[in-house]
Design a protein around this ligand. Structure first.
Ligand code: NG1
Ligand code: ZN
Length: 549
């Protein structure tokens, strides 16, 4: 077995000492206060190197971001060769490595991985990395690069980019020169691919007379979307707001997709009028929500569920019009999807709907079971994946009428405008704009597909969230024993009531979701269940749940 230079490891590791903290690679990688992350990111660089060597030198991605969190936080996520999230078993290796207390333990764990996973250290390792606009990014990049030095990885720095741009680049680099070639592995290549496809999708259709006001959460989406505008030319008119990336205290503050979705209101200070349509990205531009103001000024949200419904509707109709009905379309949601959206998909669109646990990797995996799989979390993170056989059918279909020719052309362009590696706010925005332009729809017409059931998401701070265990795609609690029965008894008393409880994978809280027939019943239901959880965990340590409503 080839070995590695332990002195080199020790010298580098000494520069990145582990603080007295326990780390876990969660649903969104490692994420916490940036000042605790130095050793974690250094070691993530080692894990990425080992992963690349294990996969025969395939390029692995590292993204430094904390998405919709505030600027003092940061994090790192690793990206597998096709642009997908790191394989589950390696998340566990990343966790173990991040928790090694001494240099000796770290060296021993690297040896263990090398021998148990049969990693040939003489193989090359290639990694590509990027980061968002957080000021802590620079120092964390330095730690990551030191991690690459341990086992000699060859690295490419993509600078400040969005999370989905990094996922895109990873897939491009690994498919270059193959029949699955995904595109040019540069941000310019990304802009060009998306913009060219978008232009095909809106060709010959009048542009909307209203403006798209785009809230970039004062994050990386602002400079990057600005950079894409010249590629789009006059095919899309956008006004960017919340684009201050200099004052880091503004990042995701009172703005952005997470704020708009959870607060169910527009970004603070944004005056909305009923003529325009609005969209928000999150801090690393992988989430997107739309919204508009009704004539009477009422705020109306078009979230990830609405985007999934719009995309599924459009794709199903195109597949039919193209005469390739053998291509199966399915939608994947989580338990947070609004009940009305699931009902609309099943009953109006007659499309199969799967429900999976929270976390993009679960959605992505399930979506790959369909020829065309549409997946979205209600919070606006999602995309569409096309199977190789669906792409083959779409690219080899022969038209027998002008209408079929149009449908086939549009389907091909759709498969190009959609970032198939991961949820991508830029790509999803172009998808929505293309469909609205094709249909000549306003957001209000889009919204008429179904009416959301009132819903409420509440956080409960408890002493130990690990005691909450769920089954059935997180819709039922099996532990603490008895709590689910108590929840069921309360839910039964509410018209159209639905509620579930699960521990968060990214925050130290338990989440309570509730839906019911009216706003007041929903709030009451959410409050009652949150109170139950708080009392059940007699160590409930946060503020009383009532304060969250
Ligand atoms: P947790 O904290 O596990 O609920 C949140 C989101 C997920 C996903 C991850 C990763 C909700 C209710 N949960 O997970 O959908 O986006 O963050 O960012 O929105
Ligand atoms: Zn994000």
């Amino acid at each position: 077995m080839a070995t590695f230079n332990v002195d080199n490891l020790n010298a580098l590791s000494d520069l990145h000492p582990k603080p007295d903290t326990t780390f876990a690679y969660g649903t969104a990688g490692f994420r916490m206060k940036a000042n605790l992350l130095d050793s974690v990111i250094f070691r993530a660089g080692i894990v990425a190197t080992l992963r690349s060597k294990k996969l025969d030198g395939k390029v692995i991605g590292c993204m430094i971001t904390a998405s919709h969190n505030a600027a003092p936080d940061n994090g790192v996520k690793l990206v597998d060769p096709m642009g997908e999230m790191l394989e589950g078993s390696w998340e566990a290796h990343a966790t173990t490595m991040s928790n090694c207390e001494t240099n000796e333990q770290l060296a021993a764990y690297i040896h263990t991985m090398v021998s148990t996973l049969n990693i040939d250290l003489t193989k090359p390792a290639r990694v590509v990395f990027g980061r968002d606009t957080r000021p802590s990014g620079d120092a964390l990049v330095a730690a990551l690069k030191d991690g690459f030095k341990v086992l000699d990885a060859e690295s490419t720095d993509m600078g400040i980019i969005t999370t989905p741009q990094l996922h895109y680049a990873v897939r491009c680099l690994n498919t270059q020169g193959t029949p699955e070639a995904y595109g040019e592995p540069t941000v310019e290549g990304y802009y060009k691919k998306l913009a060219d496809a978008f232009k095909v999708l809106v060709e010959g259709k009048p542009r909307s007379s209203s403006t798209l006001i785009l809230d970039c959460a004062n994050g990386v989406g602002a400079p990057k979307f600005q950079e894409m505008l010249p590629f789009l030319g006059d095919s899309l008119a956008v006004k960017i707001v919340n684009d201050d990336i200099v004052d880091d205290t503004k990042l995701n503050l009172n703005s952005g997709a997470d704020y708009v979705k959870t607060q169910q209101r527009g970004p603070l200070g944004l005056k909305m009028n009923s003529q325009d349509r609005y969209a928000s990205f999150d801090g690393d531009a992988d989430r997107l929500v739309y919204y508009y103001a009704d004539e009477d000024g009422t705020f109306k949200l078009l979230d990830g569920d609405k985007i999934a419904g719009l995309a599924a509707m459009f794709i199903i109709e195109l597949v039919k019009a193209a005469g390739i009905d053998n291509v199966s379309v399915g939608v994947v949601q989580t338990a947070y999807a609004n009940g009305a959206s699931t009902q609309y998909l099943r009953s109006n669109l007659n499309v199969p709907v799967s429900c999976v646990p929270t976390g993009v990797k679960h959605l992505h995996h399930e979506a790959m079971k369909y020829d065309v799989g549409v997946y979205f979390e209600a919070n606006g993170h999602g995309t569409v994946v096309f199977s190789p056989s669906a792409l083959k059918t779409i690219y080899t279909a022969e038209e027998s009428s002008p209408a079929q020719a149009v449908a086939i052309r549009l389907l091909r362009a759709l498969s190009e405008v959609i970032n198939q590696t991961v949820g991508d706010a830029f790509s999803d925005l172009l998808l929505v704009e293309a469909i609205l332009t094709q249909r000549q729809w306003t957001p209000k017409i889009w919204d008429q597909a179904y009416t959301d059931l009132p819903n409420r998401l509440v956080k409960v701070v408890v002493q130990d969230r690990s005691i909450f265990k769920t089954v059935d795609a997180e819709r039922k609690l099996v532990e603490p024993v008895g709590l689910q029965d108590a929840i069921d008894a309360i839910v039964l008393k509410f018209r159209g009531g639905r509620s579930f409880v699960r521990p968060s994978g990214t925050e130290d809280v338990v989440r309570v979701y509730a839906e019911a027939a009216t706003r007041s019943e929903t709030d009451e239901l959410a409050y009652r269940i949150a109170g139950l959880v708080f009392n059940f965990n007699s160590n409930g340590s946060g503020p009383r749940p009532r304060e969250f409503l």
